[in-house]
Design a protein around this ligand. Structure first.
Ligand code: PMP
Length: 345
C-alpha cells in the first residue's frame, strides 16, 4: 500500500509520521487514470457541468443493470439524506433510526423540523430491528437502516432486513444506507438492488467516497423505485455534481475491478486489525465497514483512548460517551494501532 500520509502537519509532531484514521477514508490515493481524467475535466471548469450528469447516470445504470430512472445522483450520499428527509417529512413527522448511527441523520431531521426517534443499538453495536419496528407510529415517515452501521461497524443480514421490511407500513420510507456496502464480507449480506426492486418504499444509498476513494469529489447516489428517484432528482441542488466529479465517477466505474481489488486488500487489513485488537484483549463487535468500533461507555475512557492514539500519531474519532471509531488505514498505520492497543491498560 502507498505511503499516503494525512493527519497533523509533521511540524506539529517532529519526527513522527502521523496518520488520519478518523474519517473512514480510503487510504489509497486515486488511480492515475482517474486523476488524469479528472485533470482533463478540470480544463472545462469555466463551463457549467452537464446538469443531467448523463454519462455518469448511464455508467451507474449499466453497472447495476437497472434503468437510469431508478438512479438519483447528488453531492455525496449526505446530500441525499437531506433531500430524502426534507422531501418526505415535515414538522409533525417522525424519523426513526438506530443510535449511535451516522450523525447526519439527526442533523437532516433537525433541518426539516421533524422529530428524531433514536433507537439504541444493542450491546454488540447491532441495529435492534424489533425495537425499531416497534418505534414506528402513524407519524413516522422515514426510517434509516445503516448497514454496515457507522460507527459501530455491524451489518444486518438480508433475512433480518426482509423480516423488518415486512413489518414496516407502506407509508413509511425505508432508507437503507449502504455507504460501506463494498466492504461487507459475510453470509446473507444485504443485496441492495434486490431489496429496493419490487418494493415501493425502499431506497438504497451508495457513495463514491469510501470504496472508490473519491471522498473529496463529493458524489453519492440513490437506487430506488422510479418515483422516489424522480423526487430526489427534482430536489437536487442544480449542478450539484461538478464537472470533475462527474468525470472521476465515470472513470472509476471503468476501473471498477482494480478499485474493488483494493477494497479486497482493505478487508484483509481489517481482518488483521480485528484479530490484533482481539488478541490484545479488547472485545469489539463484528466489523463490516472500513473501520472498527470500541464501545467504551464513558467520556473519560473515550478521551483517554483518543489521547493515547494521538500520542502515537494516530488520529481517531471519539463519539463520547459511547466509544471510539478507528478507520482501517495504511498498513503501517494499522500495525502501529495494533501495537498501541497491546500496550494500553
Ligand atoms: N452514510 C454513511 C453511513 C456514512 O458514514 C457517510 C460518510 N461518512 C455517508 C453516508 C455520506 O457519504 P458521502 O456524503 O461522502 O457520500
Amino acid at each position: 500500500m502507498p505511503a499516503y500520509v494525512a493527519g497533523k502537519p509533521p511540524a506539529e509532531r517532529p519526527g513522527l509520521v502521523t496518520y488520519k484514521l478518523s474519517s473512514n477514508e480510503n487510504p489509497y490515493p486515486p488511480l492515475d487514470g482517474v486523476v488524469e481524467v479528472a485533470a482533463e475535466a478540470a480544463r472545462r471548469v469555466n463551463r457549467y457541468p452537464d446538469a443531467g450528469s448523463a454519462e455518469l447516470y448511464e455508467a451507474l445504470s449499466a453497472s447495476y443493470q437497472v434503468p437510469v430512472e431508478e438512479v438519483a445522483l447528488s453531492t455525496g450520499a449526505v446530500a441525499l439524506i437531506f433531500q430524502l428527509v426534507s422531501a418526505y417529512t415535515g414538522p409533525d413527522d417522525e424519523v426513526v433510526f438506530a443510535w449511535r448511527s451516522f450523525e447526519a441523520y439527526p442533523i437532516a431531521v433537525l433541518a426539516a423540523g421533524a422529530t428524531a426517534v433514536k433507537v439504541p443499538v444493542t450491546a454488540d453495536g447491532r441495529h435492534d430491528l424489533d425495537a425499531m419496528a416497534d418505534a414506528i407510529t402513524e407519524r413516522t415517515k422515514v426510517v434509516f437502516v445503516c448497514t454496515p452501521n457507522n460507527p459501530t461497524g455491524t451489518s444486518v443480514t438480508q433475512t433480518e432486513l426482509d423480516a423488518f421490511l415486512a413489518k414496516v407500513p407502506e407509508h413509511v420510507l425505508v432508507v437503507v444506507d449502504e455507504a460501506y456496502a463494498e466492504f461487507v464480507r459475510m453470509d446473507d449480506a444485504v443485496d441492495g438492488v434486490a431489496t429496493y426492486r419490487g418494493r415501493s418504499n425502499v431506497v438504497v444509498l451508495r457513495t463514491f467516497s469510501k470504496a472508490y476513494g473519491l471522498a473529496g469529489f463529493r458524489v453519492g447516489y440513490a437506487l430506488a423505485p422510479a418515483p422516489i428517484a424522480a423526487t430526489l432528482r427534482a430536489m437536487a441542488l442544480p449542478f450539484g455534481v461538478n464537472v470533475v466529479a462527474q468525470a472521476a465517477g465515470v472513470a472509476s466505474l471503468e476501473r471498477q475491478a482494480e478499485l474493488l481489488a483494493r477494497v479486497d486488500d482493505l478487508t484483509v487489513e481489517r481482518a488483521r486489525v480485528v484479530e490484533g485488537v482481539r488478541a490484545a484483549g479488547w472485545d469489539i463487535p463484528d466489523a463490516q465497514g472500513n473501520f472498527v468500533w470500541f464501545a467504551l461507555g464513558s467520556e473519560d475512557r473515550c478521551a483517554e483512548f483518543a489521547a493515547a492514539a494521538d500520542e502515537a500519531g494516530l488520529m481517531v474519532r471519539p463519539y463520547a460517551p459511547e466509544g471510539v471509531r478507528v478507520s482501517i488505514g495504511e498498513v503501517e498505520a494499522n500495525t502501529r494501532f495494533i501495537e498501541l492497543l497491546a500496550s494500553l491498560p
